[in-house]
Design a protein around this ligand. Structure first.
Ligand SMILES: [Zn+2]
Length: 129
């Protein structure tokens, strides 16, 4: 990742700069306090193609052996639609989102209701809810 990237607004939609947002989580300096924070950091990890971060924040029972990024797919933005639990006081929760992307010059989006679980004070992505 270039320096430019670090100076830019975080792709997760927080409107903070990346260095003051998901970078703390990507670098392992902070733990995601909520399921939504983990969700956002995983989205920006897809933007930056941070494979290791995506795998290590995936619940081990559901984690894929390999993670390949689709070629010529460009992530455009993230919109959180709904949340259920997933707060600091919870042990699990759902985050529903729309992720907009461009592929082969066509814009589209995927919508998913993701399930997250907290294990030993760390949030993990489990599966599509
Ligand atoms: Zn962020």
């Amino acid at each position: 990742m270039s320096e430019d990237c670090a100076e830019n607004t975080c792709p997760c939609g927080s409107s903070k700069r990346y260095v003051f947002c998901c970078k703390f989580l990507h670098d392992g300096l902070l733990k995601a306090p909520t399921a939504e924070a983990l969700m956002r950091s995983r989205y920006s990890a897809y933007v930056f193609k941070f494979r290791d971060y995506l795998l290590k924040t995936w619940h081990e029972d559901f984690r894929p052996k390999f993670l390949n990024f689709e070629k010529d797919l460009e992530w455009l933005s993230l919109e959180i639609i709904d949340k259920e639990r997933g707060l600091e006081s919870d042990d699990d929760g759902f985050v529903e989102f729309k992720a907009f992307f461009k592929k082969a010059k066509r814009k589209s989006f995927m919508q998913e209701r993701s399930y997250f679980k907290k294990i030993d004070a760390k949030w993990f992505y489990v599966s599509r809810g």
